[in-house]
Unconditional design. Sequence first.
Length: 232
Amino acid sequence: MIATGGAESDCRCTVYTLAKVRLFAYRVPPIDNAVYVVADARGDALVIDPSFGEQEVLRTLRANGLRVLEILNTHGHIDHTYADAAVKAATQAPLAIHHLDAYRLSENASAGSPFFPTRQPRVEAERTLDEGDEMRLADLRLVVLHTPGHTQGSVCFHVPEESALFSGDTLFSSGLGRTDLPGGDPHAIVASLHRLLTLPDATVVYPGHGPRTTIGAERSWVEPLTAEGLIA
Ligand SMILES: [Zn+2]
Ligand SMILES: [Zn+2]
């Protein structure tokens, strides 16, 4: 099912109906960030990377009567965290980010970002995440996979029961996240990508930028990838 964005927004919005949840997916300018709202049949929801999608997220929450249980960041880059504060203020939901990227929230507010000149409103995380932590939505588990390399505290959220993976800026359709920004590490991201290849080919990957893909579709270029190849 495809839904279009409101007239005042030029974002692209898609609604995916999975087995147990609906997934509202937005692509927001200026750098095609992907924003996700995962909602169960009772109306409980998780927001993944509000990015610059405050209006889109809040409009969807209102239109569908959704309660946000938690706001999740895949990592601390400002293009993923910018609307954390606005969505928190509107929903009173707690915010979670990996402990190694939590410092970036205050850094984004005070210094801006080396790759994005906008400062974001000040915000703090109520919960810091680590490998193996879980979020619950209905009877589903979203499991935290610590996948460093793009940043130290980059994570993917894996939903095994739905064969879904929210991959942040670790894995894109036909690409991977930059490793030349502070905290980036080519060796770490290659290890993280190889780890993701242990997931079933049918796993649908919802990345932090661009269109969705599958593990199977990305396997052929990830398998031979080496850190040396990235650095060269
Ligand atoms: Zn990033
Ligand atoms: Zn990004």
